[in-house]
Design a protein. Structure first.
Length: 276
């Protein structure tokens, strides 16, 4: 009897999990399906889920109207550049907080995390004026710097959590063998924390790729990523839903593929240190 109840409970949880996953994934699925519809079919009520006249016309128009490759390369440069600079700052910072903490280390961590609670619009005007005066508007280095600073608290927090799970005795042994701080970070700490670092890198890339507020505000043409590519299909005449969906599908496809192939590494990193 107890076994039957356990089986039914397991089935119920599985069904519930699949239902929640479908609800979360449905907007993406609907966007992809809409991208294969005509503009008339896209606004048809009631909407047709599968049984409609499929077309690739929207993708052709999007390719002709916009330089998708340029926008995509800007997104790649922003995501990878901000991730690299964030790691260069976050790894030493997380190492110091994990293995040489001070009295205010936890307070400092909480303060860094609290900066994520501030609405971005609160810093828009001063940051925009600074970028204007430094001529960093619509520049790769400018938007990469913003993305790095935006995600740095999360990166430091994640790396700090992973580093705390590594026995300090191992690092002490490396110091006794004459390893410098640089070698300790590069040859001892980094290899042991690869799952955590990898998951942090993946998460930072995803966050930088999907950021819209700052990229729409601080870029226009030269450094514009795929978020600008999507926004270009909103016009005073209205929204062209089918073309907008095609542009959105092209923008999210690379990060979806990356997440799909890296899901095991991402889960492994996010659970790193959970079970000793």
């Amino acid at each position: 009897m107890a076994r039957a109840v356990s089986v039914r409970r397991r089935i119920a949880f599985t069904v519930l999990a699949w239902f929640i996953a479908f609800v979360i994934f449905f907007p993406i699925l609907w966007t992809v399906l809409t991208s294969f519809k005509t503009e008339g079919e896209a606004v048809n009520i009631p909407p047709r889920f599968i049984f409609f006249d499929w077309t690739l016309e929207n993708y052709g128009i999007v390719q002709e109207r916009s330089d998708y490759v340029k926008f995509a390369m800007n997104s790649v440069a922003i995501a990878l550049g901000s991730t690299l600079f964030a790691l260069l700052v976050a790894i030493p910072a997380a190492w110091a907080m994990a293995f040489a903490p001070g009295k205010r280390t936890k307070d400092l961590l909480m303060w860094m995390l609290s900066t994520k609670m501030m609405p971005p619009v609160g810093a828009l005007i001063p940051l925009y004026l600074i970028f204007r005066d430094l001529r960093l508007l619509d520049s790769h280095i400018g938007i990469i710097t913003v993305m790095m600073l935006l995600n740095l608290p999360i990166v430091i927090w994640m790396l700090y959590t992973y580093f705390k799970e590594i026995p300090a005795e191992i690092l002490e042994a490396s110091r006794m063998d004459g390893a410098s701080i640089g070698k300790e970070l590069l040859y001892v700490l980094a290899p042991m924390a690869i799952p955590g670092i990898a998951s942090t890198v993946l998460l930072n890339i995803i966050l930088a790729w999907n950021e819209a507020f700052w990229t729409l505000t601080l870029t226009t043409k030269d450094a514009a990523p795929l978020t600008q590519f999507i926004a270009s299909y909103s016009s005073p005449e209205g929204l062209f839903w089918a073309k907008l969906s095609a542009a959105s599908t092209m923008a999210i496809a690379p990060i979806l593929v990356l997440g799909w192939f890296a899901q095991k590494q991402l889960v492994r990193g996010l659970t790193f240190g959970a079970v000793k």
